[in-house]
Each structure stands twice: as structure tokens, then as C-alpha cells.
Design a protein around this ligand. Structure first.
Ligand code: CP
Length: 303
């Protein structure tokens, strides 16, 4: 039987989301639980990362596990031409779990089909980033006290932003989400997601302007324009500074509203926002450690 993996956010049920939230809360209260003693986890990063890799590795260390892997595939035999197939086949003989980031959409699903140990998708191209979504949900739950009835504003690169795609799919499992998409036409949410929302009878609104419509938000989810996904650099130059959130724009937003961003940020959130109590993105990144401890514990049946 194939091991249970986390490739798409839709691989988990609503019950599993809630279990992860509960476990994350438990790990936040008590972060040093040696549940992974004697286990080896591989982190294979074929694309750059700061938060995802380091928070997974912190999670593994806090759980008492050992880490193998690479943060740059040029130091592996991939640089000699070894295929993803053979790499996964080998590493799944060494480790109890594989955490992989790869630029190709669908690569994580492919890896899970080859591997005989669980695979966690740490981002596959512009497709999905499910562990980010679970930490985003944990951040929403912690700050809003609920996952139902959330008015979510997603801003920026909704075309290539994999964290956006995963978060929309996850919140569909909860009551009455309202989605507001703020993006230029070039970076609009792919139609497949809009069709899915329409089929489910979920309300969504599209805006090209970044105005005081944000005053209705429970969460403003800012995103970086994903330079690395553009084929034509001229197209990137046209949209790279399209939306910048500044402190003065927050004056009439809800007192309970929080700003999330998966990070890294370039300039889409001005640094004058950082000291505003509504800025939550650095705490959000910290929540990644507890959430990723929870995901690992759940997939390996440690809790
Ligand atoms: N949020 C996120 O995926 O950040 P990194 O690219 O630094 O891992």
C-alpha cells in the first residue's frame, strides 16, 4: 500500500485540517516532543527556499529526528543527469519521509507515486504549496478564532501564486467564505479556480484597483509577483510594482484584520506596515514550525 502523502491541499479532509490545527496548537504549547527519535527525514529542495526548508528542518529537529538532503540540487547527482524518478527511488530507501520542492507542476505527485515513504509537497511550480496553506489556516484560526465566514482579500500574483491556489481550495471546506481577488488581468486567478467556485456557489469578486474595498477584509493576503515564472522579463517589469500596501491604507480596516504574506516580500508590503499590529506575516512564518510538526506527526501516525 502506498504511504499517505500531502501533495495537494485537497488530499486532506476537513477533519484532517482540524486535526492539524489542534496538533499545531499542542506543539506550539510544547515544542520539544521527541516523537521522531530514530527516524530520518529527507529534505530535497530543487528550488530556493528559506522559510519552508528551515521551518521543516526546525520541526524535525524539535521532534528529535535526523535530516538528510540538499538545498541546492547542483550538489546532488541531478547535476550529472540523474532523473527525478531515480533520485526519489534512492532517497525513499534511505529516509522515512521525503519533503520536496521542485519547479515542475505535478512533480510532487509523480514523486509520491514512486516513493514507498510519505512525500510532502513543499511547492511544485505554480501549482500547490499545501503545508503553507495549513500554516495560513492556523494563522487565520489563531487571529480570527474561526475558519468559517472569512472575508479574504487575495492581492497580487494570483496566476502563479501557488499558496493562493491551495488556500482557496482549503477554505472551500468551511462555511460561507467570501473571496475578493485583486490582480491585474495578466496575473488574474486561473479560470479553473473561478469555475470551481461558481460550481460550488461560492461568492467571489474581482478587482483591478487596490482601494478602500480592503476595509471589509478579515484577512488581506498579499503575494509577491513571481518573477521566476515569467518567460518574458518585459512582462514582469510591467507588473512588478503593481500593488504596494502602505500603512496609511490600513486606517479604516477592521481592528481585527490581519495581513498575511507567505513571504519572501519584495516591495508589495511597505516596511512602514511592519510595526502596525495588523501585520502578522512574521508570526505567520513562525507558525510554520508548529504546523509542519503537526503535518509530519499526522502523516507518520506519531500522534
Ligand atoms: N513561503 C515560502 O514558501 O517561503 P520560502 O520560499 O522561503 O520557502
Amino acid at each position: 500500500m502506498q504511504a499517505k502523502s500531502l501533495i495537494s491541499i485537497t488530499d486532506f479532509t476537513k477533519g484532517e485540517y482540524l486535526k492539524i490545527m489542534h496538533l499545531a496548537e499542542d506543539f506550539e504549547a510544547n515544542p520539544n516532543q521527541k516523537l521522531l527519535q530514530g527516524k530520518v527525514i529527507a529534505t530535497l529542495f530543487f528550488e530556493p527556499s528559506t522559510r519552508t526548508r528551515l521551518s521543516f528542518e526546525t520541526a524535525i529537529n524539535r521532534l528529535g529526528g535526523k535530516i538528510i538532503g540538499f538545498s541546492d540540487s547542483s550538489s546532488s547527482s541531478v547535476s550529472k543527469g540523474e532523473t527525478l524518478h531515480d533520485t526519489i527511488r534512492m532517497v525513499s530507501n534511505y529516509a522515512d519521509m521525503i519533503i520536496m520542492r521542485h519547479p515542475l507542476e505535478g512533480s510532487a505527485r509523480y514523486a509520491a507515486e514512486i516513493s514507498n515513504v510519505p512525500v510532502i509537497n513543499a511547492g511544485d511550480g505554480a501549482n500547490q504549496h499545501p503545508s503553507q496553506t495549513l500554516l495560513d489556516m492556523y494563522s487565520i484560526l489563531k487571529t480570527q478564532g474561526r475558519l468559517d465566514n472569512i472575508n479574504l482579500f487575495l492581492v497580487g500574483d494570483l496566476k502563479y501564486g501557488r499558496t493562493v491556489h491551495s488556500l482557496i481550495m482549503a477554505l472551500l471546506q468551511f462555511e460561507n467564505p467570501i473571496f475578493n481577488f485583486i490582480a491585474p488581468p495578466e496575473l488574474a486567478l486561473p479560470n479553473e479556480y473561478k469555475i470551481h467556485l461558481t460550481e460550488k456557489g461560492i461568492r467571489y469578486f474581482e478587482h483591478a484597483e487596490f482601494t478602500d474595498i480592503i476595509n471589509a477584509a478579515d484577512i488581506i493576503y498579499m503575494t509577491r509577483v513571481q518573477k521566476e515564472r515569467f518567460i518574458d522579463p518585459v512582462e514582469y517589469e510591467k507588473v512588478k510594482n503593481i500593488y504596494i500596501l502602505r500603512n496609511e491604507m490600513l486606517r479604516n480596516t477592521k481592528s481585527t484584520m490581519k495581513i498575511l504574506h507567505p513571504l519572501p516580500r519584495i516591495n508589495e508590503i511597505h516596511t512602514d506596515v511592519d510595526s502596525n499590529p495588523k501585520a502578522y506575516y512574521f508570526t505567520q512564518a513562525k507558525n510554520g514550525v508548529f504546523t509542519r510538526m503537526a503535518i509530519i506527526a499526522h502523516l507518520l501516525n506519531l500522534k
